[in-house]
Write a protein of this length. Structure first.
Lengths: 349, 416
């Protein structure tokens, strides 16, 4: 906050008042939205809970992508713009491997093995691509002005989109899932097997990620590097390798999200990554950027909000979904940039 | 960092920024005009065909219109150092302002202010092109302030995301705007949805139509084939935009922008009001974007929401980055070159290679690769652009790491 330095002590109480008013307005907005959702849930429960299940499905994918954003931001304060398009490339690769190479279209044992193989290959490929991008582009720009790596990330996102355009065509491709539409019904709400699968893959991955960051030596190095790169280097931590590892982990999660997207949503588009990436970034900001649990929480919240909006429970309808999510992003940035779980810092603003 | 107080004249290391540029610009414009108006139509041989394939006048006009917008974006990104990834929003607002005030779209009203309503479209707003330019600039400046006021205190990368959000929301409002429900007006059609507003009124030539002669026919309204006269109109607007950019840069406001770009904290300590200065950058940049939007709408004869995609914002950014952030001439060259590649160049290069080698390569599909690669390579190897300002070069070329450490500089908190 460079303005405070000029304005001096006299305006501090005014600032505090303004901050409180802003915080109150933000809380009021969130409270109003939650209240509205609860009223809708009571009014038309069937459609609402259908949308809720769909939202949990999408939300876990957003959470996987959001983790990649939040980890990279946490360690080098870069908004990795190309991350959504990395996810898009992984979904294209996953569809190709799973359907064309392994022929996993029906729920046989071999198909499941093929899917597991695809998951591993896609995760490794996406991690490799992300590490390569870090090694070739971002590492050279680590000391450069903020604008430079950001513009590089935008350029990289364009190159990835070109890759998607070349490999997936300019239209949308629809893929069949091994689970089909089968599922079971709980209290009038249909829960599909693919939703269960998505959650069954996502939750262990998230727990693994938390364990790596909080319990292992490598995780300790990551946290140290995030706090102070130079001090970490003095303590004998290989900073370059740690940052590359972080990019790799984020990429692997985006790769996993790619396969899960193909299996649960069932389509690939060259321009899907841009919108999904922004949704995931909104999720990361919503939870508090730089925090792993925040990204997961934000992912589920954004998934539920967008699905509930898609389903027509809200008065806007599907064509306004993007506007709703981006409005959340803008309101958050303006009123509560530290997110739900983050601690307010003066540097953030 | 160079401090705000050093009032180094901008024209150092930049000979074109002196007083001579209007002459050079006029000469260049007249040469192009004469070439396309008199030389090429009266010529036989391969040359007219060559120009028709490689550089038709419609592409030249498109290049000039993109240059208007790139110069507007340069004020926000190049001068003030605020990364705007949603500049296309102002283009859209300007374009739709032209659509609203220069067409028979609003059949509820019938207003004509020196306008030239197309035949059979007496209803709607028909306001003179030059007045619409002013209206659109003011309208966009207003939106620039409205968007900027709550968001400009964010840090650079957060600001980029918020502008991107606006850049997505505003075209979506236009895309879905054919059936808006307001409490006071149900099913209100604001933008005609994906069909867009078309046709729009032609550009009137006003008193110049009386100068019309056999060798240079000037119709009262510029139709789709009067490209040479349109070229003159758009060139005038580019010249105006360049003039405004250069003059503001020399003045107090421009120096304040550069100071903020180079070190926000130092600038505020020297008494530069941060918010007001940044808002001014947004407003001026948006106003120029509005001018570009009006020109674009008149050039293509209508306005449709599909034109305003995120990729347009990025292509504009690539123009600014390629040419040299902060240098108007660099941005002008960057815009002309990149829009030519985007419009006709890549296609013709592809056709030539296909006819020579026999390989059928679809070159326009490499568009995204070309623009992405330009952004990455420029950032890695020539961050200051092809035609940099001496000042920008100093800021953007950070000292070598060893150099910093040898003088014991504290690397943390290195913030430019």
């Amino acid at each position: 906050m460079s303005q405070t330095a000029v304005e001096g002590v006299g305006s501090r109480s005014f600032r505090a008042l303004r901050d409180n008013v802003e915080r109150g307005m933000g809380l009021l907005l969130v409270g109003g939205a939650v209240l509205y959702l609860v009223i809708q849930a009571i009014r038309i429960p069937g459609r609402f809970f259908d949308a809720f299940v769909d939202g949990v499905n999408k939300g876990s994918l957003y959470a996987l992508i959001a983790l990649g954003y939040t980890m990279v931001y946490g360690i080098i304060e870069l908004i990795n713009f190309s991350h959504g398009d990395l996810f898009m490339l992984s979904s294209v690769l996953a569809a190709f491997l799973a359907i064309t190479t392994f022929g996993a279209t029906t729920g046989t044992f071999l198909a499941v093995l093929g899917l597991i193989g695809t998951l591993l290959i896609v995760m490794v490929a996406a991690a490799g691509l992300n590490v390569a991008a870090e090694r070739l582009a971002y590492r050279r720009l680590r000391r450069a002005p903020k604008l430079a790596p950001l513009i590089t990330a935008v350029g990289l996102s364009f190159v990835y989109q070109w890759g998607g355009l070349r490999s997936n065509g300019s239209g949308q491709k629809v893929w069949s899932s091994i689970f089909g539409d089968a599922g079971f019904v709980v209290g009038g709400v249909k829960i599909e097997w693919k939703t269960i699968t998505v959650i069954a893959v996502t939750i262990p991955l998230l727990l693994l990620m938390m364990w790596v960051v909080q319990r292992t030596r490598q995780g300790k190095a990551m946290r140290a590097t995030a706090q102070d790169q130079d001090a970490a280097r003095l303590m004998g931590i290989d900073v370059d390798r740690t940052i590359a590892f972080t990019f790799g982990m984020g990429g692997a999660l985006a790769g996993a999200a790619g396969l899960l997207w193909v299996e649960s949503i069932g389509n690939t588009r060259w321009d899907a990554g841009f919108r999904l990436g922004l949704y995931a970034f909104t999720a990361a900001v919503l939870g508090g950027i730089g925090r792993l649990d925040g990204a997961v929480l934000g992912g589920f919240l954004i998934g539920i909000v967008s699905s509930v909006n898609d389903s027509g429970v809200l008065p806007f309808g599907q064509k306004w979904s993007q506007t709703v999510v981006f409005t959340i992003l803008i309101l958050l940035m303006v009123f509560k940039p530290e997110g739900i779980l983050g601690k307010p810092t003066t540097e953030k603003v | 960092m160079a401090s705000a107080s050093s009032s180094a004249p901008a024209r150092r290391g930049n000979p074109l920024a002196g007083k001579g540029w209007p002459v050079g610009f006029t000469v260049a414009a007249i040469v192009v005009f004469i070439l396309f108006q008199w030389v090429l139509p009266n010529m036989s041989g391969p040359l007219p065909d060559f120009f028709d394939r490689w550089l038709p006048l419609s592409v030249v006009n498109q290049c000039i219109i993109w240059a208007i917008m790139a110069i507007g974006l340069n004020i926000v990104v190049g001068y003030a150092g605020l990364l705007d990834l949603g500049y296309v929003a102002f283009w859209a607002i300007g374009g739709y302002t032209a659509g609203w005030f220069m067409s028979g779209f609003f059949t509820q009203v019938s207003v004509n202010v020196f306008g030239h309503a197309a035949a059979g479209q007496p209803a709607g707003f028909h306001i003179n092109f030059w007045l619409v330019l002013v209206i659109a600039a003011a309208h966009c400046a207003l939106w620039g302030v409205l968007i900027g006021a709550p968001t400009l205190r964010l840090k650079s990368d957060y600001l980029a995301l918020v502008t991107l959000g606006f850049g997505e929301i505003i075209p979506e409002i236009f895309k879905n705007g054919d059936d808006l429900d307001f409490p006071w007006a149900h099913h209100f059609n604001l933008s005609n949805g994906t069909r867009g507003i078309t046709p729009v009124d032609a550009i009137p030539t006003g008193p110049f139509q009386y100068l019309s002669s056999d060798s240079l026919p000037i119709p009262a309204e510029l139709g789709p084939f009067d490209e040479t006269i349109k070229f003159v109109v758009y060139s005038l607007i580019v010249a105006f935009v360049i003039f405004v950019s250069l003059r503001i840069r020399e003045g107090r406001l421009g120096r304040a922008w550069l100071a903020i770009r180079e070190d926000e904290l130092a600038a505020s300590m020297m008494g530069v009001p941060l918010m007001r200065t940044k808002l001014a950058a947004y407003a001026v940049g948006a106003a120029i974007g509005g001018l570009g939007g009006v020109c674009y709408t008149t050039a293509v004869g209508g306005v449709a929401a599909e034109d305003f995609a995120f990729s347009s914002s990025i292509i504009l950014l690539a123009m600014v980055v390629l040419g040299g952030m902060g240098n108007v001439w660099g941005v002008l060259v960057g815009a002309l070159v990149l829009q030519w590649i985007n419009g006709n160049g890549l296609k013709e290069i592809g056709n030539t290679i296909t006819s020579v080698t026999g390989h059928d390569i679809n070159f326009p599909s490499y568009n995204f690769l070309v623009f992405g690669a330009i952004l990455i390579l420029m950032m890695l190897f020539r961050r200051e652009g092809l035609l940099p300002e001496s000042r920008t070069r100093q800021v953007l070329q950070e000292p070598e790491r060893g150099q910093l450490e040898s003088v014991g500089a504290d690397l943390e908190g290195e913030r430019v």
